[in-house]
Design a protein around this ligand. Sequence first.
Ligand code: HEM
Length: 149
Amino acid sequence: MDWAELSAILYPWVKSAHIIFVIFWIAGLFLLPRYYIYHQEAVPGSDEEQRWIERERKLRNIIITPSMILVWVFGILLAYIIGAWSQGWFHLKLLLVLGLSAYHGYMVGYGKSLAAGARPQSGKALRIMNEVPGVVTVIVVILVVVKPF
Ligand code: HEM
């Protein structure tokens, strides 16, 4: 079997896996700053705060970070299968998903500051930041489906 045949068989499976982990990743990214908003209303050092720290840690370590890694693995594999590297829509998508991965990294770091007793942002700022994954999702889905350029 040559590469063309193999990639034709793999393509729908890799794409399914990609979309499944995109859903897990984005769902988790929608939830994490929400948890932080509730968390930072709790008194530092309280039992309630301890429960938020644990919930956040599980959401990050079990759902969002492994999902982000798998989205990248399957996404890069897809890029090889369809030869996306030279296509304009893909360049913009890459820029946006790099930005979303940076947002992910910031939110992981933010949870660690919260757990250490700091409250770096207001609840309002977190609510605004919480819109980032939604906006990126709208643009990325249009880019991959419509491929306008
Ligand atoms: C993190 C790095 C990512 C890479 C390298 C990547 C790359 C790719 C590639 C190359 C395809 C194949 C497009 C095609 O078959 O025509 C694809 C499909 C897709 N991607 Fe991503 N992607 C990434 C992240 C995301 C994210 C964050 C989202 C959503 C928010 C997303 C949503 C989708 C969807 C919905 C499809 C299926 C489109 C179709 O039906 O053809 N991807 N991705």
